[in-house]
Design a protein around this ligand. Sequence first.
Ligand SMILES: NC(=O)c1ccc[n+]([C@@H]2O[C@H](COP(=O)([O-])OP(=O)(O)OC[C@H]3O[C@@H](n4cnc5c(N)ncnc54)[C@H](OP(=O)(O)O)[C@@H]3O)[C@@H](O)[C@H]2O)c1
Length: 234
Amino acid sequence: MTWHVVIAGGTGEVGRQLLALMADRPDLSVRALVRRPGSLPAAANVEEVPFDYEDASAYGPLFSPPCDLLLLALGTTRAKAGSDEAFLRVDRDYPLRLISALAAAHPDARVGLVSSVGADRARGLYLGAKAAVEEELAAQGLAHVIARPSFLRSDRSEFRPLEVFINRLIAPIWLALGRGLFPRSRGWWRWAPVHVREVAAALLGAALTLEPGQRRILEGLDLHPGSVARWGRP
Ligand SMILES: NC(=O)c1ccc[n+]([C@@H]2O[C@H](COP(=O)([O-])OP(=O)(O)OC[C@H]3O[C@@H](n4cnc5c(N)ncnc54)[C@H](OP(=O)(O)O)[C@@H]3O)[C@@H](O)[C@H]2O)c1
């Protein structure tokens, strides 16, 4: 069977890892939504689809072709977006529109969502947006898997001061203490910084093995299987 995959956010840190894992797999046919053509490395099974998220009429036709799996890795920051409203469009409204258009066209499809730790106890703008998307997935009845990472580790070229601080200072200490003292502590690993490639691998693996109607949440140790065992790796 060939899986027909649509990915939104494929140019981001987690999204690029998802695409790297899917590239050139003969069992996957991928359409990657991009704002600017030429944003992604070429791969035989990946088609770039320029998409205007602001155009409400574009969502229905997007799912006229088959789609077995929608991967959602969209996101921005309040600072980058410039206003609460602009932030919510990217982190809440675009995913909601994609989910609802997918459910209307392909109710048997699955969704893999990159959310955030804390989305189950949402307070504030950021987690409120994540919670709204998670709730919509449950309401639409689509099979889905949700990754709830803590701070992401990556080689992001854009300068985000908090991420740099966490990556350089907090993450090595947090991960070393976890490996040494709390290797099986759910609470410790739930909040541990996690590398984007581990989030992508866990999300894609779970999405491709979901049972119809199943809901899975990946957090903590689900996202850190390698980190716990391997000293010296992020
Ligand atoms: N950073 C963290 O520590 C952290 C922690 C937990 C959860 N998360 C969540 O994890 C998810 C993935 O994070 P990430 O760091 O991989 O994201 P990222 O690198 O910032 O990538 C964001 C993606 O969203 C797209 N995007 C941003 N603004 C857009 C807009 N106005 N219209 C259309 N597309 C837009 C980007 O496309 P362009 O390339 O075209 O800009 C890119 O593909 C996000 O939902 C984030 O909230 C992040």
